[in-house]
Design a protein around this ligand. Sequence first.
Ligand code: SF4
Length: 276
Amino acid sequence: MNAQIELVSARSVRGADPVPDLASADRIIMSTSGGKDSIVAMDEGVRLADQARVRDRIVVLHIDLGRTPRGHTVEWPGTVDLARRQAAHYGLPFEVRRSAKWTSLVHRIRARGQFPHVLSRFCTSDMKRAVAHRFITEQVNALGITGRPARVVHVMGFRAEESRARARRPAVEVDGRASSGRRTVTQWYPVLRWSEAEVWQRIRENGLPYHWAYDAGMSRLSCSLCVLASVPDLECAARLRPELAREYADLEKEMGVSFRRELSMAEVIRRAGGSA
Ligand code: SF4
């Protein structure tokens, strides 16, 4: 497809999405997985925060999904360092948090006896959302605001093209689950209507730091072996990280369940040219 056609995104057809009132935010938390959408959401978020003169209220959060029982990172190697460099690119404070309960996502999967799937995203609820909510509490406690709820804006790099659920979201919404009498949390997705081509264009134009796994053939980042990934991405990941793929395949045998109902990790390894 010609680049000009790809750049005709929902954003260019529907116009700009709304932006939360950043000037009245007490804290702006930018979550980054280290992926391409996160860094462009950060770039756009910083640009608009600068217009509101509130860059000093931003903190960058990376949630580390840990190391497997065999010592492999669940995410792509180098992701934490990259997320740190992404924050440093804008001179922003950077924080890493992990689940207090689970050593890694693989430990969580093992304890549950099943892999996550589209209708049971315990990977995100237990390993990411719970950790993000705890971080928000930490931030609100540090602010020490009394007499009114603290106003927190939580920035994430969701894009509508990635799933139907994301396509239904507004670019700005109050997060009822994360809000309480002490805080109002507004979720903001600055690149929600951006196309993939627009994301890459911004990365190239602004020289933003991105992960080597994209150049090695991956289309998405986060967990190297994501239950929701495309088959080509899984095959690519199994080629790039054969020991991790082997650990997932052994976990399938141990739990007696397949990585995905229609696709086992053993099959992914075979398709990737390895021996299962
Ligand atoms: S990348 Fe995939 S497997 Fe990992 S937490 Fe997200 S949805 Fe779950």
